[in-house]
Ligand binder design. Structure first.
Ligand code: NDP
Ligand code: X2W
Length: 343
């Protein structure tokens, strides 16, 4: 099985390389990038020396396709859609990590991504790759839109409550914190050390591209759910996302009942751990796990759910490999059973 990673020089691409290099059924990796160019990937990433070998090449539409059975697009939005637009081979499997094929309404894509989609009609071929809720569809798909990092943490936290119709419509507030690697490898004012170290900041209030993605999926679970309030923050850490999700309960529920509901809902989900203590980002650091802790506050009638993931793994590359496993008929955890890194 030969796999191509487009965007191999980026952060998610590097995580794909690390994990696919240990994957039991993958026997060839090809690397592609835009400007990065090297005879061997370890020339630009010395930490890979004598472990991973292979040149970084330019992606050349149909020629590069033929070199691979599966393609991961770890490329920015706008770039993934350009690449897909120029692929004519319907048999290749594509897993796109960008936001280009997640939204099912063209107007929403153009509005929230602030650009016109070059091939929106191709979106209907893509399945949203959140395996905990969509596994059957993923099994029969050749094209996967891998969920965004914030949507992964947020949807996994709140979906069980919507499925059981336990919360008041449009009462969801998501307060999310991300490590800086979520912004990719580029260096700019946002990622600058002095702006991020010892600092905490909110951004894109009411304007983040993950708002329609979360709303779209939640409304599929419960059609009455239309609008969320979502505020992302940058935390002074390299990796990790914590989503703290608040909603108003229709009726009183005990913490024990919440625990039972979540455990039952995710009993077949290898990567979800329902916690009876409050999780932190390091509990899942470097793993494909998502730890979830639900709690009811009888004074306010609100439910708080905390969810933590590693943005580069369950939020990107690990979830993409989980999807590949399911597409290939393998157990979803194949090659992904490593423990988190703590401390
Ligand atoms: N970082 C994260 O936590 C998450 C990221 N994502 C999504 O995953 C995708 C990748 O993100 P991330 O790894 O952070 O990004 P990076 O900025 O770290 O890397 C982007 C990569 O794309 C390559 N690239 C850009 N344009 C082209 C092109 N025209 N042809 C081929 N390669 C190209 C770059 O190559 P070069 O080095 O040559 O410039 C680079 O390797 C994005 O869509 C992002 O939104 C999703 C969830 C989480
Ligand atoms: C910290 C940080 O900057 N995070 C990125 C999310 C990365 C991601 O998942 O974005 P896509 O939906 O485009 O794939 C952001 O807020 O835009």
């Amino acid at each position: 099985m030969k796999v191509g990673i487009v965007g191999a020089s980026g952060y998610s691409g590097l995580e794909l390389i690390r994990m696919l290099n240990m994957h039991p059924i993958i026997d060839g990796l090809n690397f592609y990038a835009l400007t990065s160019n090297a005879n061997d990937i370890s020339d630009i990433y010395p930490h890979l020396k004598s472990i991973v070998k292979g040149p970084i090449q330019k992606w050349v539409a149909d020629q590069s396709i033929n070199e691979n059975h599966i393609i991961f697009l770890a490329t920015p939005h706008g770039v993934s859609s350009e690449i897909v637009m120029n692929i004519s081979d319907e048999n290749v499997k594509i897993i796109d990590l960008s936001g280009d094929f997640r939204l099912k309404e063209e107007q929403k894509y153009n509005k929230w991504y602030k650009s016109n989609h070059p091939c929106f009609s191709k979106t209907s071929n893509f399945t949203y790759g959140l395996a905990e809720w969509n596994k059957e569809e993923i099994k029969t798909s050749n094209f996967i839109a891998n969920p965004g990092c914030y949507p992964t943490a947020s949807i996994l936290a709140i979906a069980p409550l919507l499925k059981e119709n336990l919360i008041v419509e449009n009462s969801i507030i998501i307060d999310a914190k991300s490590g800086i690697s979520g912004a990719g490898k580029g260096s700019n004012e946002v990622t600058h050390f002095t702006n991020r170290n010892d600092n905490f900041a909110a951004y894109k209030i009411h304007d983040h591209q993950h708002i329609p993605e979360i709303e779209q999926f939640l409304s599929m679970i419960n059609p009455k759910e239309n609008y969320i309030t979502f505020t992302p923050h940058l935390a002074p850490m390299t990796r990790g996302i914590m989503a703290t999700v608040y909603s108003t309960a229709r009726e009183m529920i005990t913490n024990e009942e919440l625990q039972e509901l979540y455990k039952e809902m995710y009993k077949d989900s290898y990567f979800i751990r329902i916690r009876d203590s409050i999780p932190c980002t390091k509990d899942v650091y470097g793993s494909n796990l998502c730890d979830i802790y639900p709690a009811f506050d009888e004074r306010t009638n609100r439910i708080t759910v905390i969810s933590v993931i590693d943005n580069l793994i369950k939020g990107a590359a690990g979830q993409a490999i989980q999807n590949m496993n399911i597409m290939l008929g393998l157990p979803e955890e194949t090659g992904l059973t490593f423990t988190p890194i703590f401390p």
